[in-house]
Design a protein around this ligand. Structure first.
Ligand code: 1CP
Length: 361
């Protein structure tokens, strides 16, 4: 029943076959591609529908969410939609006072730093389940509009989300968060477990409503050593991925500057590893032992170069990705807001035309 109601009609999508490591070799294989932050300020149609409404308010308006999620699929012909939401939406739905300040990012009115702050975190009971209703409705509308194009659901990983909560907003080094886990590991564990529970249920709601794959974003995890990651963070990210591991969806795990953590992040329960542009994709595949499907990792800088450099990078990424059992092309990080949308549309067309020739059979 889940399969019929949820991932209706998308399970044969080439993108999902890549994620499952079922790539068919040969010249007919077309590349699958989507871009992190493909929705958003690079698109004039996004800026238009977002006029007069705050980021987080827009995340609980199902028609708007569906429209924004579908916009880049319509325009660029990418092979997946990424659910329009944000990593702090579960915290907002749980009742925390958070806003997204334009040009800055998520800001929490009351940073969570002490035992009393953690004691006061809202419970995640029936009220939270009810608060997820607009998320479920948004996914249903989006999936209906996307048809045979898969929807990727997502949430933030406990370290990245907790770092906004502890620091109160964006920070460079996440020092307070990293100090908390060393100084008061039992408090850190309580905070990270709360985030994992909220994010895991937000993610599960997306899959049950029809998302065909999930991505766990641990954008700031690169500031941790592997030792600290394994001691304090891995178990909490594993809890989030565990919230959907009984469902038949690929689980992608992505961090920025996290080349040294690929193996550990895979151990958290991912079935696909994202790579940023700081590592050569074939090196990432080797670091994972050669058997793990990958996603990545065109340097976003080539969105601002001439076409020759851009297409050379795209071809190199395709060739390197061919060493994995599956490869979905993406950028090494999100689309910068100042990107010319036509550059992305042309890049998708180039990747779709080139892939078979690059993988060569
Ligand atoms: O008003 C606006 O348009 C604000 C810009 C914006 C958008 C479009 C923010 C604020 N969030 C989003 C949507 C969003 N956020 C998506 C869905 C759209 C898509 O990808 O096409 C996703 C997947 C996210 C995830 C997200 N939010 C991450 C992880 C991915 C990444 O880029 O590393 C992070 C770290 C955030 C926090 C956040 N939200 C918004 C901003 C500007 C930031 C980063 C702030 C910082 O630098 O610390």
């Amino acid at each position: 029943a889940y399969r019929d109601a949820a991932a209706g009609g998308t399970s044969d999508a080439p993108l999902l076959r890549q994620y499952r490591g079922e790539r068919s070799s040969g010249p007919d294989e077309r590349a699958s591609v989507w871009f992190m932050r493909q929705a958003g300020r690079s698109l004039p149609e996004y800026r238009k529908v977002r006029e007069g409404i705050t980021m987080l308010d827009s995340c609980v308006q199902p028609e708007l969410v569906a429209e924004i999620t579908v916009q880049p699929v319509r325009r660029h012909r990418v092979d997946a939609g990424i659910f329009f939401s944000d990593i702090v939406v579960p915290a907002m739905l749980a009742g925390l006072d958070v806003e997204i300040q334009p040009g800055r990012g998520p800001v929490f009115a009351h940073p969570i730093r002490t035992e009393a702050d953690i004691d006061a975190l809202p419970p995640l009971g029936d009220a939270f389940e009810e608060a997820l209703a607009p998320i479920r409705e948004s996914v249903r509308l989006t999936v209906a509009e996307l048809g045979t194009t898969p929807l990727i659901g997502f949430c933030g990983a406990p370290f990245t989300v907790a770092s906004y909560m502890v620091e109160g907003g964006p920070s460079r080094d996440h020092l307070r968060t990293r100090a908390l886990m060393r100084d008061r590991p039992e408090l850190w564990d309580r905070l990270a477990a709360w985030v994992a529970e909220a994010s895991g249920r937000f993610l599960r709601a997306q899959v049950l409503a029809g998302a065909s794959a999930v991505q766990l974003f641990d954008s700031w995890v690169g500031s941790l050593s592997e030792e600290v990651y394994r001691a304090h963070v891995l178990q909490h990210s594993a809890a989030v991925l565990g919230a959907v591991s009984d469902l038949p969806v690929p689980r992608i795990h992505f961090g920025v500057g996290a080349s040294h953590l690929l193996g550990a992040m895979h151990d958290a329960g991912a079935t696909v590893m994202g790579a940023d542009h700081r590592i050569r994709l074939d090196h990432a595949i080797d670091a994972l032992g050669g058997g793990v499907p990958v996603q990545g990792n065109i340097d976003p800088a080539v969105l601002f170069t001439g076409e020759e450099a851009r297409f050379a990078e795209a071809r190199a990424v395709l060739e390197r990705g061919a060493a994995a059992p599956g490869h979905v092309v993406n950028l090494g990080h999100g689309v910068p807001p100042e990107t010319d949308p036509q550059v992305l549309t042309d890049l998708v067309a180039f990747l779709h035309e080139t892939a078979g020739a690059a993988s060569g059979g």
